[in-house]
Design a protein. Structure first.
Length: 377
């Protein structure tokens, strides 16, 4: 399957091309950047506009074979000279100021990659833009101040098809990407890979398996239990499908370890945790708080949160963090085992990035110890 490039890569390529034309003239039709993944992106440059002190141009977003609502959008960068001198006399590099323009969202709630009030241009794209633009400035021996404004003409319309507004990003899309590329995520391909990994373990004689949506808790699990999550089968968002396949293959026991951001959805019976299938994290956390005698005011504060980590802070301040996590774990455990049926038992450990372990089912730790011993053999 064909991979694509992130909005961050598009913004970076457009910025590099605009900076080049600003200093060296001409009309660039293609530019190359190096993505954090190490893959070159040869971007076609569109809609160039050249003025005395600024140049703007665009790059069309191509998500490859991944279904992506931003595919086809034009990401525009306008690079403008603010000053030919840097405010700091000792500065050896130019200053690059990055702003969001039309169609780029603005952050209105805490807990996201950028602070409240900032353009929703995440830190990796900001670093990419800065590095590539500085490389052009060095070629031109420019050490002044440049303003780079990223815009997406249809961004506000596209954002209506995303969860941005719910997350507290208003007015447009986010400029994102940690690797610079978009790797295709065919559902069937992922499910086939999960089943293959499960089957490999089963044919080797094991009737138990550890699964995890991802590696967010890698450091925590290594430190707390000396367990390497890389040894687990990665189920991505497909928790329910993975349970079905494990039962079909004859596993007797499954240990699910995961971040609260994913597992809290299972408390509500949601077995595909992708955001496009629904996002009820804060509603479920607020409901758990109410069941643990929280006030309506506390529940309301939780509902206003963007991220589960924020909600945990509110539960802690209210003195009901532990009881709320136990309540949620009981719900998670019941729903997992209901899905598994009578022939397979599931244990679960839930953690957060900031707090480590939040809750675990009754038999989880004992069985995890046996998995650690198996891993060490």
């Amino acid at each position: 399957m064909r991979f694509g490039f992130t909005t961050g890569s598009c913004a970076t390529a457009a910025s590099k091309a605009a900076a080049y034309m600003l200093f060296f003239g001409g009309n660039v039709s293609e530019i190359t950047i190096k993505t954090p993944k190490g893959i070159d992106y040869n971007a076609r440059i569109l809609d160039t506009k050249i003025n005395k002190n600024e140049v703007s141009c665009g790059v069309m977003k191509d998500g490859g074979d991944d279904p992506d609502v931003t595919t086809g959008a034009i990401v525009v960068s306008t690079v403008r000279i603010l000053s030919t001198k840097n405010n700091s006399e000792s500065a050896t590099l130019p200053e690059i100021i990055i702003k969001g323009g039309v169609g780029v969202g603005k952050v209105t709630k805490p807990g996201l990659d950028q602070p409240v009030g900032s353009a929703a241009i995440n830190h990796v794209p900001r670093e990419m833009i800065t590095d590539e633009v500085i490389s052009i400035c060095e070629m031109a021996d420019f050490k002044g101040i440049l303003e780079v404004t990223i815009s997406v003409p249809k961004g506000e319309e596209i954002a209506k098809k995303t969860f941005n507004e719910r997350l507290g990003i208003v007015g447009g899309i986010s400029i994102i990407g940690t690797s610079g590329i978009v790797e295709p995520m065919s559902t069937q391909a992922i499910l086939d890979t999960i089943k293959l990994e499960l089957n490999q373990r089963r044919v080797n004689g094991f009737d138990s398996v550890a699964i995890t949506p991802g590696n967010y808790g890698l450091d925590y699990m290594k430190k707390a239990y000396n367990y390497d999550l890389y040894k687990s089968v990665k189920c991505s968002n497909f928790i329910g499908d993975t349970i079905d396949m494990a039962a079909e293959l004859g596993f007797k026991k499954v240990l699910l370890t995961g971040h609260i951001g994913k597992l809290i959805k299972v408390a509500g019976g949601i077995m595909n945790t992708h955001s496009k299938m629904g996002d009820c994290r804060m509603e479920l956390m607020a409901a758990a708080a109410i069941m643990c005698n929280a006030s309506v005011e506390v529940a309301g504060k939780i509902l206003e949160c963007v991220a589960t980590e924020e909600g945990l802070n509110i539960l802690d301040e209210a003195g009901i963090l532990d009881t709320s996590m136990k309540y949620l774990m009981n719900k998670i455990y019941a729903n997992l085992n209901r899905r598994a049926g009578d022939n397979m038992e599931i244990e679960c450990i839930m953690y957060s990035n900031d707090r480590g372990e939040l809750a675990k089912s009754k038999g989880a730790e004992k069985w995890l110890i046996s998995l650690v011993q198996e891993q060490e053999q």
